[in-house]
Design a binder for this molecule. Structure first.
Ligand code: PBG
Ligand code: ZN
Length: 323
């Protein structure tokens, strides 16, 4: 194959030819929309660093869930902002916790929308860490019990998929075991298998009120410098019977997405995180980029890198453009 007999431009000549040779497709089926459920009534508070994304009380979440469903988006992932936080994150596994109430309300109003729940402690602990603290650090094995209780209570409230994001060792197995023992062997675990300690989570921590009150998350989330460690994390979760693997964040970790896609055959999820969303929104607001086109190109890039599904705050806008 060499020039001038071979000319690569021949299959780019018009829109139909480009359509015929297109290798990657972004579809509404690929999208998962994150939502923040806040305790109270009549709450709809925009997150300053995330234009278009709100902390909302349940009736407003339900209204938006209907909108999401009508756009054809298959699933939402829920985060909770409880009435009160404490050292052991009690609201996380309470039958009347913020997420449990939200799940019931959404499943009642829009039963066909798949409800995924984030399973973690940081939104519910007063210290903001993803587990309970013992001698200044998160106690892995004690935290497992609470995460398992949290996942079970989500399933009991009607969650369709549980998604642990805490990065404790052994959490997938602990959750699988408690779900199976309580009649929820049909509920999949979507594991945040490869989750880095990233500065891109900044806007989310404002949205979820979950900034650690001391220290940081580097003793449990992964070092951004590491690639082979990602294979070990994913392999562990496969052994523990995860049903989906996730890489998070997405944009600075497209190589990791491709690596995990090539090595594991579970459905692969990319989390297009808050900071990635904020950057596009801010640059578009300034008129420096075409926000819609940069968004679609970014999401397509994640699919091309290997993502089967993308959790993204852009889901509604993307779905509207893809119609
Ligand atoms: C909770 C959690 C976080 C995100 C998802 N689940 C924050 C964190 O680990 O600090 C980040 C999502 C985003 O930035 O959009 N563990
Ligand atoms: Zn957490």
């Amino acid at each position: 194959m060499f020039f001038p007999e071979y000319r690569a431009r021949r299959t780019r000549r018009d829109a139909n030819l480009r359509r015929m040779v297109r290798e990657t497709h972004l579809r509404v089926d690929d999208l998962i929309y994150p939502m923040f459920s806040a305790f109270g009534e009549n709450i709809k508070k925009e997150i300053p660093s995330m234009p278009g994304i709100y902390q909302q009380s349940i009736e407003n979440i339900v209204a938006e869930a209907k909108e999401v469903y009508e756009l054809g988006i298959p699933a939402v992932i829920l985060f909770g902002i409880p009435e009160a936080k404490d050292a052991v994150g009690s609201d996380a596994y309470s039958e009347t916790g913020i997420i449990q109430e939200t799940i019931r309300a959404i499943k009642k109003a829009v039963p066909e929308l798949t409800v995924i729940t984030d399973v973690c402690m940081c939104e519910y602990t007063d210290h903001g860490h993803c587990g309970i603290i013992h001698e200044g650090d998160v106690d892995n094995d004690e935290t497992l019990k609470l995460l398992a209780a949290e996942a079970l209570s989500h399933a009991q409230a009607g969650a369709d998929i549980v998604a642990p994001s805490d990065m404790m060792d052994g959490r997938v197995a602990a959750i699988r075991e408690i779900l199976d023992a309580n009649g929820f062997s049909h509920i999949p675990v979507m594991s945040y298998a490869v989750k880095y300690a990233s500065a891109y989570y900044g806007p989310f921590r404002d949205a979820a009120d979950s900034t650690p009150q001391f220290g940081d998350r580097r003793s449990y989330q992964m070092d951004p410098a590491n690639r082979r460690e990602a294979f070990r994390e994913a392999a562990l979760d496969v052994t523990e019977c995860a049903d989906f693997l996730m890489v998070k964040p997405a944009l600075s970790y497209l190589d990791i997405l491709r690596d995990i896609k090539d090595r594991f055959d579970l459905p692969l999820v990319a989390y297009n995180v808050s900071g990635e969303y904020s950057m596009i929104k801010a640059a578009a607001e300034k008129g420096w980029i075409d926000g819609d086109r940069v968004m679609l190109e970014t999401l397509l890039g994640m699919k091309r890198a290997g993502a089967d599904l993308i959790i993204t705050y852009h889901a509604k806008e993307a779905a509207a453009l893809l119609k």
